[in-house]
Design a protein around this ligand. Structure first.
Ligand code: ADP
Ligand code: ADP
Length: 235
């Protein structure tokens, strides 16, 4: 069953402005099944971030269809989309977007603020998610007391705490040294082994090479998809 489906998705920035419009996606189609771990690779400017934002319903496509868990996002208003995101999608970004003054536990529990979960249950599930990323013992710390790799683990725990259908990660290793980045990718592999569905943008070919499926973007299109037998193969 497909968790995410894109059909002929296009995204043009600046359609309603005076400057010339920028086509960022030019007809992207693929499906991601439950339990897949997929790398999105490609040069800077090829549309990777735009793709992730459109899949995550942070931005609406200019045309084409985006389905999350079988639901066509085009049929939902902004309020319903926020709800869909809160319940079905976990985000991880290059910059961690953690609150510096809140504890690690509170940062993770905040991932459930819009999911209608009572405070005691939020706290319990935050601790469970921290345990999954190996940070159970740092629940009472604040982000400035942690290393970069640990902060990214907190962000991953926050993405997981709502038990989303899919986790979308935009360069999660981009701010980390290579050893720490490799450890974060190893964590994504573990979560995948546990059944999580994860799409991850990465610049690092060595990290991408180890992922079971790679979608290569070029100039707003899918240039190769190692997981789709109908698409061209990666060289
Ligand atoms: P990547 O993540 O692969 O670097 P992006 O999705 O960020 O690629 O960018 C794809 C294209 O869309 C680029 O030409 C970029 O300049 C343009 N673009 C991205 N975001 C915006 C925006 N908010 N407004 C206008 N153009 C944008
Ligand atoms: P960049 O790729 O520019 O270094 P990030 O990957 O950290 O930046 O974030 C990509 C974009 O996603 C940001 O420009 C921001 O507008 C948006 N973003 C980050 N966090 C959130 C969030 N929690 N909710 C919605 N949008 C976000």
């Amino acid at each position: 069953s497909a968790v995410l489906e894109l059909e002929e998705v296009t995204k043009v920035y600046g359609e309603r402005s005076d400057r010339s419009p920028v086509p960022a996606l030019r007809g992207v189609s693929f499906a991601v099944r439950a339990g897949e771990l997929v790398a999105i690779v490609g040069p800077s400017g090829s549309g990777k971030s735009t793709l992730l934002h459109v899949m995550g319903t942070l931005e609406r496509p200019s045309s084409g269809v985006v389905r999350i868990d079988g639901v066509d996002a085009a049929g939902l208003d902004d309020r319903a989309l926020s709800q869909l995101r809160a319940l079905r999608i976990g985000f991880v970004f290059q910059r961690f977007f953690l609150s510096e003054h809140a504890t690690v536990r509170e940062n993770v529990a905040d991932g459930l603020l819009y999911a209608g979960v009572p405070a005691v249950e939020r706290r319990r599930r935050a601790e469970e998610a921290l345990d999954r990323v190996g940070l159970a013992d740092r629940a009472g710390s604040t982000p400035p007391q942690l290393s970069g790799g640990q902060r990214q683990r907190v962000a991953i725990a926050r993405a997981l705490v709502g038990r989303p259908a899919v986790v979308l990660a935009d360069e999660p290793t981009g701010n980390l040294d290579s050893a720490t980045g490799a450890a974060i990718m190893a964590l994504l592999h573990e979560l995948h082994a546990d059944g999580a569905t994860i799409l991850v943008i990465t610049h690092d070919p060595a990290l991408a090479e180890r992922l079971p499926r790679r979608i290569r973007m070029l100039d707003g299109r899918v240039a190769a998809d190692s997981g789709d037998p109908r698409a061209p193969r990666d060289p």
